[in-house]
Design a protein around this ligand. Structure first.
Ligand SMILES: C[S@@+](CC[C@H](N)C(=O)[O-])C[C@H]1O[C@@H](n2cnc3c(N)ncnc32)[C@H](O)[C@@H]1O
Length: 511
């Protein structure tokens, strides 16, 4: 859908009159926004949106939609006659107002800390000497390490940060090294793994061009991959526990396949005291938590480390959304703003559409604010007699479903009770195949009762399995135990919201 509806052909959908009442102008704006929301819908939003649900769908979707509209309006304004230009200008101003008012919870909650910034100042100086341009400076935030703060007011479209391609760490650097010559013939090692091995050596190389970058990196990344035994124990029974165990097992296996054999075969390149398990794990966490996918000027999509840009923290409602392609005219990677950022405010990036479990495993944090990607998958084994269900639609025959916190849903009452429409429709069809428009109201109610009771029978034991919240002082707990407990609280909150929605749905049916 997004490919079809780009800014050029989307503008053809809108016929803007040459004069318009204020009410009609806002009607045009609403239609434009609703169309743009659909253009930016991802699979998850498609799943959770109901019929006649015109949004907003999520803060990210809203940001993308308003930015798309801004682009279209700028294009339309270039060729509009005087009358239409007036209307378009009013709409454009309103889009900017909405972009300015999009709420950002992270800023209110992240507390600035005073710390020695000696390393960070050296990194910024190094960046400037290497052609980095920025309207951001570095600050420390409680619970998030370093972050970047606007040093002046920035508007939508302003470039917050610009990094020359020559200052980016990518496979192009690896290809110039002796390590690449040694390893390129081995089928079993991917370019990403070679780059990871390269970065372990470069971190220890006193004459590296990226010495200051490596020195300024954290000594410990504290991602889920480094969780200790107590944190893992706290997670037992959750999906995150399985995700973490699998990821750690995979990395250990990968390390054991590479070492000590590479140290034996190439002792000059792979020094035994450098290629330890701890250093390997550190490099894995570095690449997982700090790398970005970038289309280089060669046209190649590559996983890269980007000095200075790697200091931007993540938000579900970020300032910088669209980056990732080196501008061939300037040979630089630009980070333009999709929403304004005032001087002194932390400027956030989007690391992608990730659930909390992924962010804990590979980045070591849970974002503040509602994360629409925190879903619980639900595989419903509803095998049924096909003949009985000949009326089942394509959507109801889907068996992979999911739920998320029902506080994200705008509609609490019937017919969906705050639950995903697709899930409810599926269960309705499975639990009563014969229902149609002429089904009596009492039967529909009975069917709804069965749907809600079925969901309660799934989610009540799940809630019990998560146990009671721990009431010990988290302030003194280790970072990993704290994070594990925060994750469990989130899971509990999601499951509890489903149970509560089902229970109040049943109460509505009784009343
Ligand atoms: C790309 S780095 C960002 C810079 C990092 N804060 C630092 O001090 O180097 C990614 C790491 O920043 C931290 N981080 C990013 N966004 C965060 C957020 N919203 N809340 C807490 N920590 C965050 C996590 O430790 C994550 O692994």
């Amino acid at each position: 859908m997004q490919r079809i509806l780009d800014s050029r052909n989307l503008s053809c959908l809108f016929q803007v009159p040459t004069s318009c009442s204020a009410a009609d102008t806002f009607k045009i704006l609403d239609t434009m926004i609703e169309t743009a929301r659909v253009a930016h819908m991802d699979e998850l939003e498609l799943y959770f949106s109901g019929d006649n649900d015109f949004g907003p769908l999520s803060s990210r979707n809203e940001l993308e939609s308003l930015n798309l509209l801004l682009k279209i309006l700028n294009t339309l304004l270039l060729s509009a006659n005087d009358g239409a230009a007036g209307v378009l200008q009013v709409i454009r101003d309103e889009v900017l107002i909405r972009l300015r008012s999009t709420e950002l919870e992270d800023n209110g909650q992240m507390v600035v800390q005073m710390q020695d910034q000696h390393m960070e100042d050296s990194l910024l100086k190094w960046g400037k000497e290497h052609g980095v341009k920025t309207k951001l400076q570095i600050a420390f935030f409680e619970g998030a390490g370093r972050g970047m703060v606007a040093s002046e007011n920035m508007n939508v479209g302003d470039i917050g940060l610009e990094i020359p391609e020559s200052a980016i760490i990518s496979e192009e650097l690896l290809c110039q090294s002796d390590m690449f010559l040694a390893l390129k013939g081995l089928d079993s090692i991917t370019t990403e793994t070679m780059l990871l091995l390269w970065s372990i050596r470069e971190r220890n190389n006193p004459s590296s061009n990226f010495k200051i970058y490596f020195e300024a990196l954290p000594k410990n990344f504290n991602t889920g991959l480094s969780f200790g035994i107590d944190a893992l124990a706290a997670l037992e029974g959750t999906l995150l526990f399985d995700e973490l165990m699998q990821a750690r097992q995979h990395l250990r296996q990968q390390y054991d396949e590479l070492f000590p054999i590479l140290c034996i075969n190439y002792p000059d390149i792979f020094k035994q005291d450098v290629y330890t398990w701890d250093n390997f794990l550190w490099a894995c966490e570095l690449w997982y938590s700090n790398s970005m996918m970038v289309v280089l000027s060669s046209g190649k999509l590559a996983t890269c480390l980007i000095p200075i840009a790697g200091l931007l923290n993540h938000s579900v409602s970020p300032h910088i959304l669209n980056y990732g392609r080196v501008d061939k005219a300037t040979n630089s990677l630009k980070f333009p703003l999709s929403r304004p950022c005032k001087a002194g405010e932390q400027c956030f990036l989007s690391y992608g559409k990730h659930p909390g479990s992924h962010l804990i495993t590979f980045y070591g944090f849970l974002p503040r604010g509602d994360n629409p990607y925190d879903v619980i998958p639900l595989d419903l084994d509803t095998s049924m007699d096909e003949e009985d269900c000949s009326s089942m639609s394509v959507t109801t025959s889907q068996t992979s479903h999911m739920v998320r916190g029902t506080w994200l849903s705008r509609f609490g009452g019937p017919p969906t009770y705050g639950l995903p429409q697709r899930l409810v429709s599926h269960l309705r069809a499975v639990l009563n195949c014969g229902q149609n428009e002429s089904t009596p109201k009492a039967d529909i109610k009975e069917n709804d009762r069965m749907v809600l009771e079925t969901l309660l029978s799934i989610f009540t034991p799940m809630l019990e399995g998560l146990g009671e919240p721990h009431d010990f002082d988290r302030g003194n707990a280790c970072w990993d135990v704290k994070l594990a407990l925060d994750y469990k609280d989130l899971q509990r909150r999601i499951v509890l919201s489903i149970v509560t929605s089902c229970t109040s749905g049943l109460a509505m049916l009784d009343s």
